[in-house]
Design a protein around this ligand. Sequence first.
Ligand code: WT7
Length: 662
Amino acid sequence: MILPSKEIVDQAYVKDYEKLYKEVQEDPEAFWENIAHELSWFKPWDKVLEWNFPYARWFVGAQCNIVNNALDRHQKTATKDKLAYIWVGQDKSERKYTYGELNEQVCKFANVLKSLGIRKGDKVSIYLPRIPEQFIAMLACAKIGAVHSVVFSGFSSEALKNRILDAQAKLVITANAYPYKDKVLESKKTVDEAIKDIPTIEHVIVVKRIESEGKGKETSIGNEVGQSNNSNNLTSSPNRPPNPNLMTAVRDLWYHELMAKTDTICSTEIMEATDPLFILYTSGSTGKPKGVLHAHGGYMVGIYLTLKWIFNLQPDDIWFCTADAGWVTGHSYIVYSPLINGATTFVYEGTPDYPHPGIWWELIQKYKISKFYTAPTAVRAMMRLGDEIPNKYDLSSLKILGSVGEPINPEAWMWYYKTIGKERCPIMDTWWQTETGMQMITPLPSSPLKPGSANKPFFGVEADVVDDKGSPAAVNTQGFLVIKKPWPAMLRTIYGDHERYKQQYWSTFPGIYWTGDEARRDEDGYFWIMGRADDVIKVSGHRLGSSEIESALVSHPFVAESAVVGIPHELKGQGVVAFVTLVSGQAPSETLKDELKKHVVTQIGALARPEQIRFAKQLPKTRSGKIMRRLLRQIASEGKITGDTTTLEDISVVAALSQDEE
Ligand code: WT7
C-alpha cells in the first residue's frame, strides 16, 4: 500500500473518501443534484433521475447544452483569455487557442454547418486526425444540437462506411491528408471510398492539414504501440504534386474557404438534458460495432466532476491526455470535461515514438505538464526502452499521473511511479468504458494506492463483483464486474437498437448493468480488474470484437471459416490470433497469411492486424456448433500448434472431451 503525502492530501478536493462515499450512497441523486448546480442550465430540472428500467433519464425537464458550459459561460469571465488548447504538431509547430478564440472558431464552424443544412438531431461523421479542427467540429455539432459520430482516423474505409451508414450521417468532416511519422496518410481518399455507395452524404468538408497530399515516402506500415495508423491510401510516390482530383465538385468543400466566409456569432441551441450529444461506436462480443449514445445533461455533470476530483484539477494545471478524440477518453477528457472545467489542455499530434522515443518527456519538460493521463501499453513500451530516456528530462512539473484502457500490471505501475513520477505523483488507475462515459472505479489523489488495482468506486457509483448467479462474490474471488445503480454519464441506449441495449447490458444479471469485465475485490474492498469475460479483445487498450475480425476474414474469398481469440502480449496487453479454415482447393502458405493480415487491415484498420494466422482443417465446436474459444485461446497462448498446415485434429480429441464446456 502506498500512502499519499501530506502535501497531496492537503491540496485534494476530497480528503476522506470513505466518509464521503458512505454519505453519498445514502442519497446519490442529492449529491449529483448539488454538483449539477455548479454548471449552467437554461432551465432547471423537474426531476434528477427518472429510472425506467433499463433506461435512465437524468435531469428530466432541464434544458441545457454542453457547449454552453464548455465555452459560452467562460466568455463572461477571465477564462476567456486563458488557453484552452496548446497543440503541438508532429513537426513541433504550435497552435494555441484561448477560450475566446476557440469559441470564435466553434461559432464560425457551427454557422458553416447550419449553412449546409445541418439541423438539430442531424448526424455528422467526423473522420479527422488529432488536430484542433477535430475538437472544433465536435463542439460545433453539439452547439447546434447535431449529433456527432467521431470515427478514429486509424479505421479503414470499410469500417468508416459501416459507421456512417449505421449513424445515417448527412455530412462527413475529414482532412485532405495528415502526417504520420515519416509518411502522409490520405484520409480524404479513405472517405471517398467509404461513401462511394452512400448517396445520402450531401457534403464532405475537408480540412487542409498539409499543403500537398503526395509528400509521403513509401513505407510499409507497422502496428504502433498505443497508436494505430491507417492502412489505406498511403501515398506511394514521393513529392507528388497536390492531387487535382481530390475534390468532387458541389459535394466536397474546403474547410478554410467555408470558414473565411462565415459569421462569428452563433447562438447555442437549447437542448433537453436527455437529448443526444454523440454516438460513438465500440465493439461488443457479437455482431457489428454498437453505436453508444450519450446525452447532454447527465454526461456533462458526470465528466465535469470526475476529472476535477480525480486529477485534482487546479487553475494553473496543464493537462495532457495522450488519447485521441476518436475514442471515448478523448471525448470526455480532451474535449468536454477539460473545457467545462476551464482547464488548459495540451495535445500532441504525433505518436509517442516520433520523432524520438523521448518526445513525451521532452514535451512534459517544455510545456510544464502537471497532470498526465496515458495507457498501460504506452507505459510498458517506454519501460522497455529503459530509464535513460526519461531521465534526460526534467519531469518535476508533474503532479498526478493517470492510466486507462486496460489493467496496468504492477511492474509497469511501479516503473511509471518511480521513473516518471519520481515517487511523488500518485497514479490514478481509472476503470471505465465507452458506455459509462465517465471514470467509474478509480483512486483519488488522497487514496492509499495498491499497484495494479483500480481502487474503489467513485461517488454515487455502486460497483460490485458477483458470481454467475448475480450474488455478491466472496472476498478475493474472481467474478463479474457489475454496476447496480444508474450514474449520470450512463449511455442512453445503443443507437437504433434498444433490444440489443437491453440484451447486452441488462439481461445477464437481471436488473443490474453488466460491464463485460471480470474482477475481484480484496479484503480492503479494492477492485482488481482482470480483463474481459466476453469475446472483446483489448489491443493496446483499443477494443476489438472477435466477431468483427472473423467477418473480415470470412469476407476474403479463400476463407471458409475463422475463429479469433486474444492472447497475452507483452506490450499490447493482448494480441489477435486468428484460426482460419480455407475453402476447398486453397492451400495454406506464408503468402496467404500475409494477404489475410492485410485483408483484415483494409477491412477494419491496422489496429486489428492479427499477430498470427493459424490454418486449420476444422475448428473445434460444441455439439450445438459453437466455436470453443476457450480451448482456442489456450492453444494459441501455449503455442502448442506451430507451422502452416497444423490441423486442429490433434486437438479434436480434447475438443470431444470438453464438448459441452462452452
Ligand atoms: C474496457 C472499456 C475507458 C476508456 C478507454 C477504454 C478496460 C478500461 C481499465 C482499467 C482495467 C480497464 C475494461 C473495460 N479498461 N480501463 N483502468 N483497468 N481495465 O474504453 O474501449 O470502452 O473499453 O476497457 O475491460 O471494460 P473502452
